[in-house]
Design a protein around this ligand. Structure first.
Ligand SMILES: Nc1ncnc2c1ncn2[C@@H]1O[C@H](COP(=O)(O)OP(=O)(O)O)[C@@H](O)[C@H]1O
Ligand SMILES: [Mg+2]
Length: 509
């Protein structure tokens, strides 16, 4: 008997069929990967299981019985736990307090805190999930907080754990630890659904894989009987482009295109958000900025684009100090900025796709002539952007607010990259994009370097950084831990240790 059976699940949102008769069968004691590109329908399917969405069609059987959970509480009571991408812990409380939070005492009117603490210690030993129950959550690393979430689910009696993209926030070393823990859980008879789009990780840790594409289940395979190539074919319908990209030569003899000198950004409570950042970008170079999400990467991009003002330090572009120039002036010099949060800045969501594409170009030839807009030109180039970036939209006059996040991201990319900038500050440029569009964007970014431009590529996707950077700077806690040449000798371990807070000198020693 299967532990979980989901049959013919259908769920639609306005304009999208997110799940189109999806089937998923999970056994007791297995790590079952749910693989699919962004937007394939993975989270939707799991949210249905967890009681967050009600499907329009389909049946769910849990431990042999037909169920239809309508709230997460119901799912939890029945032994299903879910850890979301964004943790839901109370930062100022201890681990123990977080785990107890929301619990109803079992049988007793009062909760016996000491016995809960003992039980948590027991659980964490059994599964190799070491955390101190008395530690305050905000003092824990992201990896440790993830363990708390898992402990919390186990303490509530989860027999099936759903983990939505859990490794996105971990360093390579933490990921290895994390997989060890998943195997222990499995060996103790727990079941795990691991959502991911990282093929190599799935090959490493899962027992079986179910592949979703465009809302449909393509099939389920045993991991030992498949290959990375086959999984990629099943996931995107073709082979993944492998190997590095064809990068142009960077000119390290020339003067830097941009110099960042001792940049510091003050934060609240005396802690600097950026501290003493010094970087040079050379003509023709892609400089990758690696790091676990939230270690100052966004702040760096925003200071460079002038969304934020630095407290100390200098930014020099083509030999001139640009500290006092605003966003528009920097843009006019040829500096393009791709923000990582498409809702906060970058788009006028109540305007049409075409208007958003034209935002920067409306007063330039060939789109304007003697103060008159050239509608045909504008339409043509908008149409082209839709094709090149594979923007899924009813038309170029669709209002941006109604498009999905991935498609909104593509509009920003089209707008920024089609002006042929000489310096691009790209913050998570492919996050949330399908593989086809990601490849196109990476090609366009590298193209910017061919005529002496540079790209500052900020990404939490290490594979992406390694694929397309000449050099890699690693950020941790608002500082640069070191800059390394990206070549065959570069070990993933080195970057991983730096992502965890070690300086390059310490790693090398
Ligand atoms: N709450 C929602 N409202 C509208 N559309 C949604 C919602 N959740 C998901 N979608 C859409 O459903 C599709 C599948 O999304 P999702 O299940 O999040 O995919 P995945 O987790 O595989 O990346 C996407 O096109 C997404 O934009
Ligand atoms: Mg998802």
């Amino acid at each position: 008997m299967e532990l979980l059976e989901m049959h013919g699940i259908v769920k639609s949102f306005p304009g999208v069929l997110a799940n189109d008769r999806v089937d998923l069968f999970v056994r007791k004691g297995e790590i079952h990967a749910l693989l699919g590109e962004n937007g394939a329908g993975k989270s939707t399917l799991m949210n249905i299981l967890y009681g967050l969405y009600i499907p329009e069609e389909g049946e769910v059987y849990w431990e042999g019985k037909r169920v239809a959970f309508t709230t997460p509480e119901e799912a939890i009571r029945n032994g299903i736990g879910m850890v979301h991408q964004h943790f839901m812990l109370v930062q100022k409380m201890t681990v123990l307090q977080n785990i107890i939070l929301g619990l109803k005492p079992k049988g007793h009117p009062l909760l016996n805190v000491a016995s809960v603490a003992a039980e948590i210690r027991e659980l964490s030993e059994k599964y190799g999930l070491s955390v101190d129950p008395d530690a305050v959550v905000q003092t824990l690393s992201v990896g440790q907080q993830q363990r708390v979430e898992i402990l919390k689910a186990l303490y509530r009696g989860a027999r099936l754990l759903i983990l939505d993209e859990p490794t996105a926030v971990l360093t390579p070393q933490e990921t290895t630890e994390f997989f060890k823990m998943l195997r222990t859980l499995r060996d103790e008879g727990q079941s795990v659904i691991l959502i991911s789009h990282r093929l190599s990780e799935i090959m490493q840790v899962s027992d079986r894989v179910t592949i979703l594409r465009d809302g449909r289940s393509i099939g389920t395979v045993e991991t030992v009987n498949t290959t990375l190539e086959e999984l990629s074919r099943l996931m995107i319908g073709r082979e993944l482009r492998t190997g590095g990209m064809d990068l142009p030569q960077a000119d390290y003899e020339a003067a830097p295109l941009m110099e960042v000198k001792n940049l510091t950004l003050a934060g609240k409570d005396k802690k600097n958000r950026l501290e003493d950042i010094t970087l040079n970008l050379y003509p023709g170079e892609v400089l990758g900025i690696a790091g676990v999400d939230g270690n100052g990467q966004r702040e760096l991009a925003e200071v460079l684009a002038c969304i934020e003002k630095s407290s100390e330090g200098q930014i020099v572009f083509r030999g001139d100090n640009i500290d006092n120039l605003g966003i528009r002036q920097r843009n006019r010099l040829g500096i393009a900025y791709i923000p990582d949060d498409r809702h906060r800045d970058g788009l006028v969501t109540n305007a049409t796709l075409q208007d958003n594409l034209m935002l920067r170009l409306y007063n330039q030839s060939p789109y304007a002539h003697r103060g008159l807009l050239q509608f045909r030109q504008i339409e043509e180039s908008s149409q082209q952007a839709v094709e090149h970036y594979n923007i899924k939209t009813p038309s170029i006059s669709a209002v941006v607010r109604f498009l999905s996040g991935g498609n909104q991201q593509k509009i920003i990319l089209a707008r920024e990259l089609e002006q042929n900038p000489s310096l691009v500050i790209a913050c998570q440029p492919t996050r949330g994009l399908d593989i086809g569009a990601s490849e196109y964007v990476r090609d366009r970014l590298v193209d910017c370097c061919r005529e002496g431009g540079s790209v500052l590529l900020i990404s939490t996707d290490l594979e992406e950084i390694r694929m397309m950077s000449h050099r890699i700077a690693v950020m941790y806690g608002g500082k640069v831990m070191g800059i390394v040449e990206n070549n065959e000798d570069l070990k993933l371990e080195t970057i991983g240790l730096m992502m965890g807070g070690k300086r390059l000198e310490e790693v090398d020693a």
